[in-house]
Design a binder for this molecule. Structure first.
Ligand SMILES: [Zn+2]
Length: 627
């Protein structure tokens, strides 16, 4: 809340004997009303909202700062204030009007909230619709992952990438930071020599002479999908409308690993209709990227941990591609409805994997995910957080990242799979096609979805379904679809026999089984396997040095639980290199369980933390009790 002091000339008639009128100067304290927060944003879209944004950005890589002008073209429904979200951004001035005729205007910055940042309130007239905000980011801006040259492949240039979801776009652009609104944007980016900038927009494929690059995103997107990266990058085309960007040392491996992307696009279009974003490129980022992937439109960001050498982790690419429909085209209106983005996407990802790699692979992936969902639910229940096992969440006054769990992703997907079983694949596919068509370039709430589901699928087909229990209830309803996989049963049996003393078949090699089979094999030990037996497995299958991050992280967790200290050099190398939160969270959580391992973790963390993005180190700080 801002307090403003208004000098007030109060005229006080004091009837003294000479009837003299005295004037006194008073200062009256007036409190400006606190700007209301709706869905993690201070913006009041119903009054003045951005329709199009033009960005002018220049990068100061030495000081880790972006200097920018954000020119907001607004729809003003006759109001005299516009509201934006900002966090760790320095506002230099705000003007109104076109760039050759700008007039400076007043603005206020409200109280800082550690989660939401602050409201930026700009004065304008009822007919103004163009607001220009001059600003610079701070080196602490949470969306910005700045890497020093040593953390890149060639070591020649620094690297920058942004991560906007959920509410971090406000840390690099003053913006109305809610998924409820969609905007188009253009940008001009001035990049340092030798560094190629890319955005979630039309992109260059090589460096130009001037170092100034133009970007355009013509389709309206929610602002968490605004993205920028700058680094030493190369491009390889995979097909007419797809390709891959990576650092030079990784480009060959990336091209090979992701060669099936054109097949995935064909499969996705075959299922749910034409791809709406013209081009589908992927960008392999350095290891500090905190997520598996981020579905920035036209340019998916990926972690290099997906490069396993055998294409075995490409389901994440199918996932990000699926977001081109669910999430990017049809978007959750608030973070409470996050399952609408992710549940649909996990469901759709699995359909793409089934089309391209067959039923067995798709089923193994589903079972592995379902095991993770069950663990998440057990864990939430044990902490008394069973409200978080609902699909529809209430994240008011909480970090929306709290909703990024297996519930939104996997429970959401199993909800859809269960309806699919109930109505049959054909009808369900028709329904989803119609749904994507009805809501394309729009946002919707869970309640909008329920209404659409009832009137377009369940009621016309006379089907009773426990939708409310799935969405507003805890845990997994009993009618959940059951999935089986013979191949996983075989490796689980193998693990059980090994545990009871039978040796592994002598000719068994790691490459004989898929990543998902080995994950099921490791999980079958249920957290218990003697150090000696783990060493025996490593001797034959070398999990600890497999180069496959999914297998390594599962193996390391089992190793910590069973005091397999010999694994520490490999585990340390992994923790220092990889910044993907999905792996860091279980590893550090398990390490924090005993005093001795916690001390070791803290030592390793000294070297590792500088390599992580804020999204990851905030999580690990908390796990290690360093906050
Ligand atoms: Zn996703």
């Amino acid at each position: 809340m801002i307090k403003k002091l208004f000098p007030v000339m109060a005229v006080l008639a004091l009837f003294s004997c000479n009837s003299e009128i005295k004037k006194e100067n008073h200062e009256v304290e007036i409190e400006t009303p606190k700007v209301e927060v709706i869905n993690h944003s201070y913006s009041k879209l119903e009054e003045v909202k951005t329709i199009r944004l033009n960005l002018e950005l220049s990068l100061d890589v030495d000081n880790r700062v972006i200097d920018g002008v954000a020119r907001h073209h607004m729809k003003n429904l006759g109001f005299e204030k516009a509201y934006f979200d900002i966090k760790d951004i320095d506002i230099k001035k705000v003007t109104l009007g076109k760039s050759n005729n700008e007039i400076q205007t007043n603005f206020e910055i409200g109280d800082y909230d550690s989660l939401l940042g602050a409201p930026l309130t700009v004065d304008l007239s009822k007919t103004d619709s163009l607001i220009n905000i001059y600003y610079s980011t701070s080196p602490d801006s949470e969306a910005l992952g700045w890497l020093s040259p040593e953390l890149t492949g060639s070591g020649k240039h620094p690297f920058l990438y942004t991560q906007g979801q959920a509410i971090l776009t406000r840390t690099w652009i003053p913006i109305q930071d809610t998924p409820e609104n969609r905007i188009t944007y253009s940008a001009t980016v001035e990049a340092p020599e030798g560094m190629l900038p890319l955005m979630s927009a039309t992109n260059p494929t090589e460096l130009n002479e001037s170092g100034v690059y133009q970007f355009e995103m013509e389709q309206p997107i929610p602002c968490y999908l605004l993205a920028l990266t700058v680094g030493e990058l190369e491009y390889r085309r995979l097909s007419e409308n797809s390709g891959v960007y990576a650092e030079p040392h990784m480009i060959d491996a990336a091209e090979k690993e992701f060669k099936d992307i054109p097949k995935m696009i064909d499969a996705a279009e075959g299922l749910y209709g034409k791809y709406s974003w013209d081009v589908y490129d992927v960008l392999v980022l350095p290891y500090s990227f905190p997520f598996g992937g981020m579905e920035n439109p036209r340019l998916t960001f990926l972690t290099p941990t997906l490069i396993a050498g055998d294409g075995s982790l490409v389901s994440t690419v199918a996932h990000e591609l699926a977001h081109s429909w669910s999430g990017n085209l049809v978007t959750n209106a608030s973070w409470d409805d996050f399952w609408l983005n992710e549940g649909f996407t996990v469901y759709f990802e699995n359909r793409i994997m089934r089309e391209v790699y067959g039923d067995e692979v798709a089923e193994m992936l589903s079972i592995i995910e379902f095991q993770e969902l069950q663990n998440t639910i057990d864990d939430m229940n044990s902490k008394g957080e069973n409200l978080d096992t609902h699909l529809k969440l209430d994240l008011d006054n909480r970090n929306p990242d709290d909703g990024m769990t297996d519930i939104a992703y996997v429970k959401g997907a199993f909800f859809l799979k269960t309806i699919e079983r109930e109505v049959g694949k054909e009808k369900f596919d028709e329904f989803i096609n119609a749904y994507f068509n009805e809501y394309k370039f729009k946002t919707l709430t869970t309640e909008d979805f329920i209404e659409y589901l009832n009137s377009n699928l369940l009621t016309p087909n006379d089907i009773t379904f426990n939708t409310e229990e799935w969405i507003y209830g805890a845990g997994i309803p009993d009618n959940v679809v059951k999935i089986e996989s013979k191949r996983l049963t075989i490796v689980q049996d193998l693990a059980n026999k090994f545990k009871t003393g039978e040796p592994l078949p002598k000719d068994l090699k790691r490459q004989d089984k898929t990543t998902q089979e080995w994950m099921a094999f490791i999980r079958a030990f249920d957290g218990e396997l003697s150090k000696e037996k783990m060493m025996e497995i490593d001797k034959q299958l070398n999990f600890k040095n497999s180069g496959n991050s999914e297998i390594m992280s599962e193996w390391f967790v089992l190793g910590i639980k069973n005091d397999y200290k010999e694994i520490r050099p490999e585990m340390k190398a992994f923790l220092v290199q990889v910044g993907r939160r999905k792996y860091l969270e279980p590893l550090y959580t398990t390490l924090a369980d005993s005093e001795e391992t916690l001390d070791w973790a803290k030592e390793v963390y000294k070297d590792a933390r500088p390599n992580y993005h804020a999204i990851s180190f905030n999580t690990v700080d908390e796990i290690l009790g360093m906050k």
